[in-house]
Design a binder for this molecule. Structure first.
Ligand SMILES: NC(=O)c1ccc[n+]([C@@H]2O[C@H](COP(=O)([O-])OP(=O)(O)OC[C@H]3O[C@@H](n4cnc5c(N)ncnc54)[C@H](OP(=O)(O)O)[C@@H]3O)[C@@H](O)[C@H]2O)c1
Length: 290
């Protein structure tokens, strides 16, 4: 099968490219190769290449969206719609990656958002991602909406991908202790999507590792996997409130997710994030030892 991966230079796009290249003919398109805001370019490349599956990983990030709402709408919402229209015109399947930030975080603590909960985004990123989901669903009946959350993996440095490396190097980190969500190993995300794809059950999925954490919980666990003493972890990890970081975009406080649609089609919840993190750190150990 021919698979076009859009936004292939990013964290999730790289993991899809790596995984799907084993079994499929993959066309990885970075931002340089294709700008999703350019409707004509999208149509041209999709009609020329005629992939059977299009995976849209292109995105403008959380704070960038708040700084530049016009680009946020163009990339995250309108761009997704361009891809879905092109997909529909050649009867291709399309995957639209989306986010826990479509929710407002007001759910009762200790519950998990499911697809039955009504989205209510509180920042531009969430609003444009939700609009992207809707644009894809309007244009294509053959779509998978895959909401994920706090992704970590080898493809790109972010708080979660790099926490263990910082701690190993003895770097101090500040970790938010009053925001909770699901976290997701990029490898588990892509493997789960492969399973969903085989079943060809279109719909909206929450693909995340089980359980929830704060940034602080995540950093502590990374340190424990590395067997760093608790006293040293106390010195290295500074727990902070969200407001102390003065981030540009507001973040919903509590957005752990759970996937009822996967359960309906016979897929068990993904493993606990702690187990996934331990495996990621182990896989990354060769870098630590250099
Ligand atoms: N990472 C997470 O924690 C997380 C959490 C929840 C949901 N998601 C979702 O997962 C998907 C992938 O996210 P990610 O973490 O892989 O993001 P990422 O690492 O920032 O990658 C996004 C890619 O999109 C490209 N891009 C930006 N504007 C574009 C445009 N106009 N046309 C084409 N490509 C463009 C970027 O290229 P340049 O950098 O060169 O501009 C970048 O390579 C997104 O839908 C995101 O909402 C991610």
């Amino acid at each position: 099968m021919k698979v076009a991966i859009i936004g292939a230079g990013g964290l999730v796009g790289k993991e899809f490219t790596r995984h799907f290249s084993n079994e499929h003919e993959v066309l990885p398109l970075t931002h340089n190769d294709l700008d999703v805001t350019d409707a004509q370019a999208v149509t041209r490349i999709i009609l020329d290449e005629r992939p059977a599956l299009i995976i849209n990983c292109a995105v403008l990030g959380v704070d960038a969206c708040e700084l530049d709402p016009q680009s946020a709408w163009a990339v995250n919402a309108v761009g997704a719609g361009h891809l879905a229209k092109a997909a529909a015109s050649i009867d291709a399947d399309i995957v639209q990656l989306s986010t826990n930030y479509v929710f407002d975080g007001q759910v009762a603590s200790n519950s998990f958002y499911t697809v039955e909960d009504v989205p209510n985004p509180i920042n531009v990123y969430g609003q444009t991602k939700l609009a992207g989901e809707r644009a894809v669903k309007i244009a294509s009946t053959r779509c998978f909406i895959v909401r994920t959350s706090w992704v970590f993996g080898a493809g790109k440095e972010n708080f979660f991908s790099g926490a263990h490396r910082n701690l190993y190097a003895g770097n101090k980190i500040r970790a938010i202790k009053d925001v909770w969500a699901s976290s997701t190993y990029a490898r588990d995300l892509v493997l789960r999507f492969s399973e969903i794809l085989i079943l060809r059950h279109y719909g909206t999925y929450h693909v995340v590792n089980s359980d929830r954490c704060s940034y602080y919980d995540f950093a502590l666990e990374a340190g424990r996997v590395l067997k760093i003493a608790d006293s040293e972890l106390k010195r290295l990890i500074e727990p902070v409130d969200l407001c102390a970081l003065q981030l540009i975009a507001n973040r919903p406080r509590y957005t752990p997710m759970h996937c009822i649609v996967s359960e309906e089609i016979g897929l068990a919840p993904l493993r606990n994030w702690r187990r996934a993190l331990a495996e990621y750190i182990q896989d990354d150990a060769c870098h630590l030892n250099r």
